[in-house]
Design a protein around this ligand. Structure first.
Ligand SMILES: *Cc1c(COP(=O)(O)O)cnc(C)c1O
Length: 414
């Protein structure tokens, strides 16, 4: 561990405050470090390893494709890209896909789509939400509604404005002659697991229609069956409401590749040809290896009804977390989320965490590492459960047991 740390110190740009853990291997929702210590993984990357670690069918799909064709570029047609595009359109709605390599890059495509859409009428401004997260590129940090990602990187790119989340009136007030789009996450992830309300989604759709704006959704974290449906709006809206709701474009990444880097965005049919030949591109995007992996994951999710598993395991986790929260209100403030995207908001005055400047979320995650549970922090006081879609009941219960004991220990010291 110390050897590894000193290599990082010497050779890796120190943008991350890494946790003191180095993993050697994984299987399903379990990880092992170099000392052979076993952890239950409720983070799966950061909502990335959608089928857990070292899934045998994914390893097979990856190596079979690697033996056939890894990469040829987007100058040519490839079968895996076409197959995946059709699968994603079948899931999302009539429209078309563009493939890239990450979430920030997928969002870049949405900004460019919006600017193309508004070009002739001189419109370019995109309204986004406070506490949102849209990635670390220059436009990504301009779109993101959190000051901390922008500090030291000014001037911030123009053309973005932020308003409070779930506040329709604030969006209406922000409308200017330059406005061309509204972009939100269906469930804010990095912001601390905050779902959009159904009124907000339906209101935004209507507002965008009336004012000829694009409604863009960043589904990089909350999409891909995580909330129990393909997209979060299908979970938030009722069966009837969802019939009259569709975004104009959706960005995807994280869980899409199950750990293999891939990003993508979907554009509804009406606007799908706005980005014509030469207008956008990428060397690696849609490479056969990534697409074969993503295709296989979708096939397995559908075959094994993992959306149903996300609902079942999500409610098991959330119900029990609520029981733990009720038993220890001096440690846990609230539990919120949808499906397998759950945030636990900690209290601000947990005695154990008062002796350090380190945010409570980070101290909690460290404490859970000692107890062999992996969670992901969000902001200063939220820890997230973002497990694999194929999470088993046994792994969920083991995670809950560790979490319960840790919270009880923290409560005991009050
Ligand atoms: C992680 C994330 C991104 C950025 O994705 P990268 O692959 O890190 O570029 C964008 N939007 C949301 C909602 C995310 O959670």
């Amino acid at each position: 561990m110390n050897e590894l740390k000193s290599l990082y110190e010497q050779y890796v740009v120190p943008t991350y405050g890494r946790f003191d853990v180095a993993f050697e291997r994984g299987a399903g929702s379990q990880l092992w470090d170099f000392d052979g210590k076993r952890y239950v993984d409720m983070g799966c990357g950061i909502a990335v390893c959608s089928l857990g670690h070292a899934h045998p069918e994914l390893s097979d799909a990856l190596s079979a494709q690697a033996r056939k064709l890894v990469h040829v570029s987007n100058l040519y047609y490839t079968e895996p890209q076409a197959t995946l595009a059709k699968q994603l359109v079948d899931l999302t709605g009539v429209g078309k896909m563009f493939f890239c390599n990450s979430g920030a890059e997928a969002n870049e495509g949405l900004y460019k789509l919006a600017r193309r859409f508004g070009h002739e009428s001189g419109r370019f401004e995109i309204i986004t939400a406070h506490n949102s997260f849209h990635g670390r590129t220059m436009a990504g940090i301009a779109a993101t509604g959190q000051e901390k990602v922008k500090i030291g990187f000014g001037p911030v790119m123009e053309g973005f404005t932020q308003v409070p989340f779930n506040d329709l009136e604030a969006v209406e007030k922000a409308l200017s002659p330059a406005t061309v789009a509204v972009m939100i996450e269906g469930v804010q992830g990095e912001g601390g697991i905050t779902p959009a309300t159904s009124e907000y989604l339906l209101g935004l759709r209507k507002f965008c229609d009336v004012n000829n704006l694009l409604l863009l959704m960043d589904a990089v974290q909350c999409g891909f069956f995580r909330t129990g449906n393909w997209q979060s709006y299908q979970t938030i809206l009722s069966r009837d409401e969802v019939k009259s709701f569709q975004p104009d474009a959706i960005s995807m990444a994280k869980s899409l590749g199950g750990g293999f880097p891939i990003g993508s965005f979907w554009i509804t049919e009406k606007h799908a040809d706005l980005l014509g030949p030469g207008s956008h591109g990428t060397t690696f995007g849609g490479t056969p290896l990534a697409c074969a992996m993503a295709s296989k994951i979708i096939e397995i999710v559908e075959r094994d009804n993992l959306a149903g598993n996300a609902v079942a395991m999500g409610s098991l986790l959330k119900d029990e977390l609520n029981v733990i929260a009720e038993a220890h209100p001096n440690v846990i403030n609230t539990v919120r989320g949808l499906g397998l995207m759950i945030g636990v908001e900690l209290q601000n005055d947990i005695p154990d965490f008062q002796n350090s400047e380190t945010p409570a979320s980070i101290q909690m995650v460290n404490k859970l590492h000692d107890a062999c549970l992996i969670l992901i922090p969000a902001g200063t006081n939220v820890v997230r459960f973002l497990p694999a879609l194929n999470l088993t009941q046994a792994d969920a219960e083991e995670a809950l047991g560790i979490f319960r004991d840790t919270v009880a220990e923290l409560a005991g010291k009050k």
